[in-house]
Design a binder for this molecule. Structure first.
Ligand code: MN
Length: 221
């Protein structure tokens, strides 16, 4: 009988509010430029449809907490986002609040060179996500305030109604590329106000009716 040569990597998982079971995370998909206000601040003048990229599940920081400042950037940006969690049969299992951390300076270089973004979006602790609120407790995500404060000061503010692709549209679009599976997380894009963080900063993201997420940027170990 075959066996693993060493212990397999741990399965990333998220707490579920009101439950002692965990949501096991398979894949992490993200939507880029899903709010006009953020597309504009990124210099995108003409309206183009949103698009997808991915993060590795080991980028997850489950429930928030410490985020060590990553290497190879001097411009780590926050992007607060509604996160959709997919359950069995392609159903929506629940929702969370996520931070799509981005090495913005490296991303600008990659864009300029026509190179892939992967290393600017997927790295250790690049994807903190709050505990999930079960979908049955969330009547709708078509509207609702989405905000981020840094050290108590407002940085990002928007409303879910400003999303270019709505949650059902995102799911339908993404499913054209591959069937969705239980365990998938989808970051749905960020409103305007993205900016840099530094070690010592305390970030609090929130989505009305879903929850909140607190992370603290720490000095790289
Ligand atoms: Mn994003």
């Amino acid at each position: 009988m075959s066996h693993f040569a060493f212990d397999p990597p741990p399965i990333a998982a998220l707490p579920v509010l009101g439950s002692d079971s965990l949501f096991p995370v398979g894949r992490i998909f993200c939507v880029g430029r899903n709010y006009d206000s953020h597309a504009r601040e990124m210099g995108q003048a003409n309206r183009e449809p949103p698009f997808f990229f991915t993060k590795q599940p080991n980028a997850l920081v489950a429930g928030g907490g410490a985020v060590p400042y990553p290497p190879l950037t001097a411009d780590l940006h926050h992007e607060v986002e509604l996160v959709v969690a997919i359950g069995p049969g392609g159903s929506i299992f629940g929702y969370g609040v996520g931070l799509d951390f981005t090495r913005r300076d490296l991303q600008a270089e990659m864009k300029k060179g026509g190179k892939p973004w992967d290393m600017t979006k997927s790295f250790d602790a690049a994807a903190p996500v709050s505990a999930l609120r079960p979908a049955v407790e969330v009547p709708q995500v078509a509207t609702g305030r989405i905000t981020l404060t840094v050290n108590g000061l407002p940085r990002q503010e928007g409303d879910l109604s400003e999303m270019i692709w709505t949650v059902p549209e995102i799911i339908a679009e993404l499913a054209r590329y591959q069937p969705l599976a239980a365990g998938d997380l989808i970051f749905t894009g960020t409103p305007a106000g993205v900016g840099a963080v530094l070690p010592g900063d305390r970030l609090e993201g929130s989505v009305a009716g879903v929850g909140s997420l607190v992370v603290e940027i720490t000095v790289a170990g």
